[in-house]
Design a protein around this ligand. Structure first.
Ligand code: NAD
Ligand code: UDP
Length: 317
């Protein structure tokens, strides 16, 4: 049995990861400051005697004994990470330093949840790991993008300088049950608007693209990466290469919900990437992984989740 630390364990991805790691017979410690995480996400795990949830902020040092660390703590939606941008950078940078320091003392493997945002508004399409990105260092997304880029730097310096076992995953847009209903991300926003027959907000002209990966596929990839041979440090792109425009996504959600919503167009936020699609050749080759869940199937499960949440009144009408 491995003792595994998951930072950000009560968040969207973190809670699914904790659940899967417990199912695989591990002893799991979740730490979270509950900024965007919800206790409801891990309520069903609390009875498991091999699960422990601790309130802790990763910007402060942590002293625990574990064999592996998955570092997921960081708000992921633009609305949430722009709410307190200084804290966002601190979470990525100080959080990485603290988790790398912990891993160094314990000689533990540590995985960083990095992001496709390190590519910024990309000039290479699809994005492969060798592309260095096109990132505004002083814009409203920079606290997240540059924080995550600096965290990657720290991971590779600990690897070179201290021979630490590292894994860096560049995660592309992932969706599914337990996304925060108020996080403002496109999938949660559009599904909630469609269920409520309210206008569907399209930022810009809706021609911008994203590539959406269902959460179960992503969690499988993170665990495969952690358990891959030591020389596979990454960065490894993890995401679904099926590229969709925001308008296509909106139409699919309207069809799946049978909604009578109309579309309303809003200003495109600054530095919003025009396109994003992962080249996942490396993950396919080294992890034997590729996404299995098609968009419509994943959206159907996510819609069911939000329908239940809205019936319980957990989102303002
Ligand atoms: P989320 O907001 O649901 O989860 C983040 C968790 O981290 C929350 O539980 C939050 O309370 C916690 N947290 C934030 N700051 C913290 C701090 N200082 N100390 C301790 N806990 C803190 O987001 P998510 O979608 O689950 O994302 C998880 C990770 O994956 C993030 O690092 C994110 O950058 C990365 N990621 C996610 C996506 C995606 O599409 N979901 C894409 C790329 C990268
Ligand atoms: N978006 C939109 N309507 C919304 C929310 C988001 O059109 O209600 C757009 C947003 O401008 C971006 C894309 O959807 O182009 C994905 O946004 P999200 O916040 O989910 O993630 P991002 O990939 O931009 O970090």
């Amino acid at each position: 049995m491995k003792r595994i630390l998951v930072t950000g364990g009560s968040g969207f991805l973190g809670s699914h990861l904790c659940e899967k790691l417990l199912d695989m017979g591990n002893d799991v410690l979740s730490i979270d400051n509950y900024f965007t995480g919800r206790k409801e996400n891990i309520a069903h795990l609390i009875e498991n005697s091999y699960f422990e949830a601790m309130r802790h902020d990763v910007t402060f040092p942590l002293y625990v004994e574990v064999d592996e660390i998955y570092n997921l703590a960081c708000p992921a939606s633009p609305v949430h990470y722009q709410f307190d941008p200084v804290q966002t950078t601190k979470t990525s940078v100080h959080g990485a330093i603290n988790m790398l320091g912990l891993a160094k003392r314990l000689k533990a493997k540590v995985l960083q949840a990095s992001t496709s945002e390190v590519y910024g508004d990309p000039h290479e399409h699809p994005q492969s790991e060798g592309y260095w990105g096109h990132v505004n260092p002083v814009g409203i997304r920079s606290c997240y993008d540059e924080g995550k880029r600096c965290a990657e730097t720290l991971f590779f310096d600990y690897y070179r300088q201290h021979k630490l076992g590292i894994k860096v995953a560049r995660i592309f847009n992932t969706y599914g049950p337990r996304m925060h209903p108020n996080d403002g991300r496109v999938v949660s926003n559009l599904i909630i608007q469609a269920i409520q027959n309210k206008p569907i907000t399209i930022y810009g002209d809706g021609a911008q693209t994203r590539s959406f990966c269902y959460v179960d596929d992503l969690i499988e990839a993170l665990i495969r990466l952690m358990n891959s041979p030591d020389d596979l440090t990454g960065p490894v792109n993890l995401g679904n290469p099926a590229e969709t425009s925001i308008l296509e996504l909106a139409q699919t959600i309207i069809d799946l919900t049978g909604s009578s919503s109309s579309l309303v167009y809003r200003e495109l936020p600054s530095d919003d990437p025009r396109k994003r699609c992962p080249d996942i050749s490396l993950a396919k080759e080294k992890l034997g992984w590729e996404p299995m869940v098609p968009l419509k199937e994943g959206l159907t499960k996510t819609i069911e989740y939000f329908e239940v949440l809205l019936k319980k009144g957990e989102h303002p009408a």
